[in-house]
Write a new protein. Sequence first.
Length: 257
Amino acid sequence: MTELVHEPVSLTDDAAVCGPLAHGQDVAAHFHDFGQLRYAASGALVTTTEAGTWVAPANRITWVPPFHVHSSRSYGETDVRLLRVPAELAGQLPAEPSVFTASALLREAYLARTGAPEPVDSARARLLLDVVLAELARARREPLRLPEPGDARLKAVTDLLHADPASPATLAELGHRTGSSERTLSRLFGSELSMSFHQWRTLLRIQRALLELGAGTSVTDTAIRLGWSNPSSFIEAFTELVGQTPGRYRAAARGHG
C-alpha cells in the first residue's frame, strides 16, 4: 500500500492523478482545499490517509474531504476519473474519507460529469453534480477501512504484512523480526487500532481480495494467494465483512469493469 510522506503538499488541480495510471503507480501524499471524489472506471485505486486505507475497485467511489492528506496506488491499468466538490457542498458528504458502492445512475452521472470538459458553473455541470451528490447520500458506505498505526513498533509489523498479506507468521514471529515482544504488539493492536492482530490481518487480506476478485481472479485462487487454508474459510470471512459472497462480488465487479 502507499505510505504518507512527512510533508504533504497542497495541490490546486488534479493533474497528478487524473487519467490513466500504470499498475503499481504511486501518487505522493497531498491535500486540497476542496473535496474530491475518486472513481476508477477500470482497474482499482487504493487511497491511504492518516485514518486508514480504503480499496476502491471499478464499482466503488472514494470520497476525500477537504484538507485530508491522501496518497494513492493503482492496481491494474487504472483509468481514474476525479470530480471536485466545492468546499461549500462538502458538508453533504461524510466528514471522514469513505468509499461508496456506485449504483448504475450514480456511475453514469459521474462519468457524464467527468467525461467532457465544460465550465463547472454551467447548468449541465451543476445538475450532474447534484445527481451525484443525491445518489451518494443514499449509497451504501463500504465498511472496510483498514486502520494504519502511528507507533513505529506496530508499523514495522504492519509494513511486513502489507508486503506479504499471505504470510502465515505469528505475531510472536513478526515481533522477533522487528524487535518487539508479542505482548507489546498485542497491546498496541488493541489500544491503537482497536482490533486484534488476527482481525487486522484478516481485514488486510479481505481488502486485497477485493482487488484480486475485481481483476477476475477466481475465488479459489484468491483464497490460496492470500493465505487462507481453504476456500470455505475465505468465503466465510469475506461474506461476514463485505456482506456478500466473493463469487457474487466478483460477478458484480466484473460486470462494471
